[in-house]
Design a protein around this ligand. Structure first.
Ligand code: GLN
Length: 537
């Protein structure tokens, strides 16, 4: 296309109504019509990236291939669009201000006064356009985080307004709004959405389309009302009722002709139409299937299921993708690592497979180690991810190699057998309190050992997987672990770091230093998760 088209997705009424999955689903539709799509996330936080945010508050940290620690919505973009987003797709208030201040210090503003307006929106616009030019996309979708009417995202709305003002035919605004159905009234209310549209107009933005999120579909009456009060054609009010699987959203939107409506607004015609694969996926999701039950031994459970689900969203999605590939229905149970005591271990027997995902900090560590031991000794399929792998090594060192006080130096600085130790390159950073964006991040090579479960799962010799950690398997203990039967199934060839461990003579005992979950997609499940589910089922 001559010039990319820009679509801004903004949220009204409240947060948590699925702007991310909406953006990703619209992207999928435009892709299915033959266009190249990229998606940006604007996170209004002052944090430069999500790496320093508390996962309980903010959800999972999603790592891109080029090593950016981003918001979990970037994971939705990757899963839906089947493209690997990069650091250029992630914009935070912190990133914008940091660049502006650095430029000012370097005299790049030629000694002029640097002002919040227009210099901050200008930098946001530069970043949005950069993502477009880097990916050569026809459509650049930008999700503005936060809710209309709050202070935090105003400068990003100003950026969006300016882009429309400069190129009215190239920019489109979508308001995703919530319509409550108060139980006492029993009727869907449009007023909060009317107010959201009004607030948006007060910053100079008139939505072109409104997506009405609600428990139920919007009826004609509601659409009429919203149309009258929000100045949007009735046919441009799209119904977006709750769904039990986010992967159904693109198919529902297709029924509402959302893709064609967006193309119409830009005077474009679909080049093709290919939703077949996605539709078949939805058919599998809908089907009655035998269950595969997976236990996830993690923490954060005490703050409620919602938080937990968000903190491990990519792992959960990866389990779903792999289960569907085997025509199974995953049932995931949250097992609190802190509650795993000697006496309760037998409960683990009821699961087909157990996952110990990544994490930081001391809480729940011994419970996780006990759970891993139980899986090893009782032939329960086990998958360890990052911290999970590290604790798998600790468990094996303690209970098989007889190194009684083996530990990771993350949790016991004075352990006489630090089988997991801080990476040399990380030590300096920690001493200088340089925490932000300094872990071993992003994609690195892993060479697989022939004859291992991992090699047969991938069917390749060299793979690239994404990382986020400071500690690693201590090479001084590699021979000892090997002698007792642990296989170093994957190693990073450049730095000789162990990336995958396995135990033979077990239905499935595989753990990775990297995070395979970030690369799993519903239409292309991750090979290790697929093998794990196969063994579990
Ligand atoms: N805390 C461990 C480390 O920093 C594991 C990190 C993780 O699981 N992502 O190495």
């Amino acid at each position: 296309m001559d010039s990319p088209r820009y679509i801004f997705v903004m949220g009204g009424v409240m947060s948590g109504i699925g702007k991310g999955t909406t953006t990703a689903s619209l992207g999928k539709l435009l892709q299915s019509k033959g266009f190249k799509v990229t998606a940006n996330k604007i996170d209004p936080y002052v944090n430069v990236d999500a790496g320093t945010m508390n996962p309980i508050e903010h959800g999972e940290v999603f790592v891109t291939k080029d090593g950016a620690e981003t918001d979990q919505d970037m994971g939705n973009y990757e899963r839906f669009l089947e493209e690997e987003p990069t650091t250029d797709n992630y914009i935070t208030t912190g990133r914008v201000y940091k660049t502006v201040i650095n430029k000012e210090r370097n005299l790049e503003y030629d000694g002029k006064c640097v002002e919040v307006v227009p210099d901050i929106p200008n930098e946001a616009i530069r970043r949005i356009k950069k993502a477009a030019s880097k990916t050569d996309a026809d459509f650049v979708l930008t999700e503005v985080g936060g809710t209309i009417g709050e202070y935090q995202n105003v400068l990003f709305l100003e950026a969006a307004r300016r882009m429309k003002m400069e190129n009215p035919n190239l920019v489109l605004f979508i308001l995703v709004s919530y319509l409550p159905i108060p139980e006492t009234i029993g009727e869907m209310k449009t007023k909060p959405t009317q107010n959201a549209a009004k607030k948006l107009r007060s910053v100079g933005i008139q939505p072109d389309l409104i997506l009405g999120r609600s428990k139920l579909p919007l009826d004609e009456l509601r659409k009429k009302k919203i149309s009258t009060f929000c100045n949007v054609d009735e046919e441009d009010i799209i119904s977006a009722p709750d769904v039990d699987s986010v992967y159904k959203i693109p198919v529902n939107f297709a029924k509402e002709e959302l893709g064609n409506k967006v193309l119409d607004k830009f005077d474009l015609k679909p080049k093709e139409n290919h939703m077949k694969k996605w539709e078949s996926l939805v058919e599998v999701i809908k089907k009655d299937k035998p269950t595969v039950s997976i236990g996830m031994v993690g923490k954060y459970f005490k703050t409620g299921d919602f938080t937990l689900t968000d903190s491990y969203i990519s792992v959960i999605e990866a389990v779903k993708h792999a289960s569907w590939a085997h025509e199974k229905e995953p049932s995931i149970s949250w097992l609190s690592a802190e509650d795993i005591k000697q006496g309760s271990l037998e409960n683990l027997n009821q699961y087909d497979g157990i996952i110990v995902p990544g994490g930081f900090g001391n809480r729940g560590i011994e419970g996780k180690i006990k759970a891993i031991q139980f899986c090893r000794e009782n032939n329960i399929p086990w998958l360890g991810l990052c911290l999970g792998m590290q604790l798998g090594v600790v468990e094996f060192a303690r209970n098989v190699c007889g190194l009684k006080d083996a530990h990771s130096s993350e949790f016991d600085k004075d352990a006489s057998h630090p089988v997991i130790d801080v990476m040399e390159s990380q030590e300096e950073k920690l001493k200088e309190n340089r925490y932000g964006g300094t872990m071993r991040l992003g994609a690195y090579e892993c060479k697989l050992k022939e004859g291992t479960v991992s090699a047969s799962a991938y069917g390749e010799r060299i793979v690239k997987e994404r990382h986020r950690h400071r500690y690693e398997l201590n090479n001084d203990y590699r021979d000892k672990l090997k002698e007792e039967g642990m296989k170093m199934a994957g190693v990073n060839p450049q730095r000789n770091l162990v990336e995958i461990i396995e135990l033979p003579d077990h239905p499935f005992f595989v753990a990775t230093q990297f995070h395979p979950e970030f690369k799993s997609r519903p239409l292309d499940p991750h090979p290790l998760f697929k093998k794990f589910i196969e063994a579990s089922a």
